[in-house]
Design a protein around this ligand. Structure first.
Ligand code: PHE
Length: 469
């Protein structure tokens, strides 16, 4: 079977940016920033995007382009059946993420409609509280899911390229304009303070809760750890610099998240809403309050939420596509049945999230962080210890002179430093979930033992390198 490849050189970048830019930047990032101390979270998050997100993204690209397969098939192809479970973690991550993503997509869809009448203008907080969970939320989740399924069913290529070319410039212009406008509002200053001036003592005291959240968000926003980027890069034919592409995607994506924060925090403060109270509704409450004040408020609302909806859709399809690619490639299902079947699963799981705030919170926050971190640890250990020099070779294929300088540092980072670091955040966040107090020392020790055990197992079952050469 010949596999399709991106039609244009820019197609891959657009699709990857389409996957990365989504409600992770616009909704999840401000929400978690508000919950984790503002600037403390922002600082750690930026460090982790550069130090973990980008090398991790390149690590996924390496496996995808090398194998030209879906996340499960990729490991099989490169190293044999024994490694398939590494891809299964990615599939679980996709299940977790789309289950709540579709609910948030539904909220956005609802706000797009509600903007036409200005339904939320008068009492933004009460409006959100009335629609966030319940039967209405289920209905809009189903609509959002149906749109996602339809696009994936019809084939992603055209939809993605189109939505991304509208979405990215649209978001930048809208948020840029809003950022300038909100800076003139009374009370906005408190928002900049909260968002931009780092309180080191807060960070020190809350390090163990802020760290896994910031690490998880760095992966979430770049779509790393769920096999999405692996799948998209598996359609790459030509030699191009994975490092340069990864960096470009990360810069664009991060800029959009930071910009969203520059709109939302000043707004929350000028409305007198403390960010900690915002919860998952921070985006909706703050923007709704702002639009009511603007001229052409309904039009602004429709355009704004419409653009955010495109961003959400282009990410949602990238998640569904992973599962569909897996079922089509590995289980010989037709594209139609694979899409409908996975859609049916999310119909159920999303409904649970739309009815239960606690299920939603668990999926959207901690569980997402955990599965993405676990997924990425698997990918990176595979790159570093199973592919080994082949991973370096793949990194070098198409790399320009600057990227080449980073080949060795990248390799040692993904083989040793990052797996240990990610295992450390994983241990602390799992300990947090089950309510055990970890010290740095014990978390570090557990992380090291875990990674060493996995590496030793990999080495023992090490692949005959010729198979994939
Ligand atoms: N990066 C997407 C966003 O920010 C979410 C996503 C996560 C997509 C993981 C694919 C895989 O909205």
């Amino acid at each position: 079977m010949t596999r399709s490849t991106w039609r244009t050189r820019i197609g891959f970048i657009l699709a990857a940016v389409g996957s990365a830019v989504g409600i992770g930047n616009i909704w999840r990032f401000p929400w978690l920033t508000a919950e984790n101390g503002g600037a403390a979270f922002l600082t750690l998050y930026l460090v982790l995007v550069v130090g973990v997100g980008v090398p991790g993204l390149i690590g996924e690209f390496v496996i995808g382009r090398r194998s030209n397969r879906n996340p499960v098939g990729a490991f099989d192809e490169l190293a044999g059946r024994w490694y398939r479970p590494l891809g299964a973690i990615a599939l679980i991550a996709c299940l977790v993420i789309l289950s709540f993503y579709s609910v948030v997509g539904g909220w956005i869809l609802r706000y797009t409609f509600a903007s036409t009448t200005g339904a939320y203008f008068a009492a933004p907080q009460q409006y959100f509280a009335a629609i966030d969970y319940g039967l209405g939320a289920v209905g809009f989740h189903v609509l959002f899911l149906a749109a996602t399924v339809a696009i994936v069913y019809l084939g992603v290529e055209r939809g993605i390229e189109l939505s991304t070319t509208v979405m990215v410039p649209g978001i930048v212009v809208l948020f840029g304009g809003l950022a300038v406008w909100v800076s003139t509002l009374p009370g906005a200053g408190g928002g900049y303070d909260f968002y931009l001036s780092l309180d080191v003592s807060y960070l020190r005291e809350n390090f163990f809760s802020v760290l896994p959240a910031a690490a998880g968000q760095a992966l979430f926003t770049l779509s790393v750890g769920a096999g999405t980027m692996l799948t998209y890069s598996s359609y790459l034919g030509e030699d191009r610099s994975l490092a340069a592409d990864g960096t470009l995607i990360a810069v664009l994506n991060t800029a959009i998240g930071v910009l969203a924060g520059l709109v939302i925090f000043p707004l929350l403060f000028s409305l007198g809403v403390s960010p900690g109270q915002g919860g998952p509704g921070a985006l909706f409450v703050s923007l709704a309050g702002a639009f009511a004040e603007l001229p052409y408020s309904r039009l602004v609302g429709v355009v704004f939420f419409g653009v955010v909806l495109l961003a959400a859709l282009s990410s949602a399809i990238s998640i569904l596509e992973v599962l569909v690619a897996y079922l089509v490639d590995e289980h010989d299902l037709s594209r139609g049945w694979a899409t409908l079947g996975t859609g049916g699963i999310f119909l159920v799981t999303g409904t649970i999230a739309a009815l239960s705030p606690s299920a939603f919170g668990l999926l959207a926050d901690t569980l997402s962080n955990v599965v993405l971190t676990a997924g990425l640890i698997g990918f990176l250990l595979f790159d570093g210890w199973v592919l080994g020099r082949l991973a370096r070779e793949e990194f070098g294929r198409g790399a320009g002179p600057i990227a080449q300088i980073f080949e060795a540092p990248w390799y040692y980072a993904i083989a040793v430093v990052l797996p240990v670091f990610l295992a450390f955040t994983l241990v602390t966040s799992v300990a947090g979930i089950v309510g055990i107090d970890t010290s740095t020392g014990s978390a570090m020790a557990l992380a090291l033992i875990g990674i060493t055990a996995v590496v030793l197992t990999f080495r023992r079952h090490g692949i005959p390198v010729e198979r994939s050469a």
